[in-house]
Ligand binder design. Structure first.
Ligand code: GTP
Ligand code: MG
Length: 202
């Protein structure tokens, strides 16, 4: 898919106030610092459409972007960041889970996972929560520029094996890097495919 335009629409912490338009929507979710905002910039070829930071906890709201005037890409706050206060953490969780359970326009969630780490409980639990709520999702492994050529496939394999303890099959997944744009075309192709298949709500 060619990106012709990518614009910020709005930020808020209440799913009821998200854009009303019934265009197809895709949301990026994952642990703080996994690279959600960076990947949005890489996919759209914009340097700072979504705000990024070396410190976890940068994105704190539901951020809507409109792409090619046809579909929404949503940047969400990360989960599993221990340093935010307990009350804030709860708020994140509530509005994140509210977003996923109530947002009818959502076609698919992309759960981002850092390919350098061993499978993390919080990511596995989040995918299980999505599954129990019938919310379709794909996995995106991020930061694939970081591990070496033997570690990367080993880590992906370990993740697959862990997923298969709960799931019957591994959900579709992508191996990406915002630094060298690895995998970005594949993610956009998948979104284009889903737009064609499921994007017509009328
Ligand atoms: P929160 O908004 O805090 O939840 O984080 P986030 O998931 O949006 O992460 P963000 O995109 O802000 O990136 C976090 C850090 O990881 C930044 O320092 C990025 O430069 C770095 N980063 C993100 N993607 C990549 C990547 O593909 N490769 C490398 N090497 N670094 C990356
Ligand atoms: Mg962010």
């Amino acid at each position: 898919m060619k990106i012709k335009s990518a614009d910020f629409v709005m930020s808020n912490s209440d799913v009821a106030k998200c854009p009303k338009s019934k265009i197809p929507e895709y949301a990026f979710i994952g642990r703080s610092n996994v690279g959600k905002s960076s990947l949005i910039n890489a996919l759209t070829n914009r340097k700072s459409l979504a705000k990024t930071s070396g410190k976890p906890g940068k994105t704190q709201l539901i951020n809507h972007f409109i792409i090619n005037k046809e579909w929404h890409l949503v940047d969400l706050p990360g989960y599993g960041y221990a340093k935010v206060s307990k009350t804030d953490k709860k708020t994140f969780q509530k509005f994140i889970t509210d977003y996923f359970s109530k947002r009818e326009q959502l076609i698919c969630a992309f759960v981002l996972v850092d390919c350098r780490h061993e499978p993390q409980k919080v990511d596995l639990e989040f995918t299980e929560w999505l599954g129990m709520n019938n919310i379709p999702f794909n996995i995106i492994f991020t930061k694939s520029d970081k591990p070496n050529q033997t570690t990367l496939p080993k880590n992906i394999e370990a993740y697959k094996n862990k997923m298969l303890e709960f799931w019957e099959e591994m959900p579709p997944y992508f191996i990406t890097s915002s630094a060298n744009k690895n995998g970005c075309d594949e993610v956009l192709e998948e979104i284009e495919r889903m737009n064609k298949l499921y994007g017509n709500f009328s």
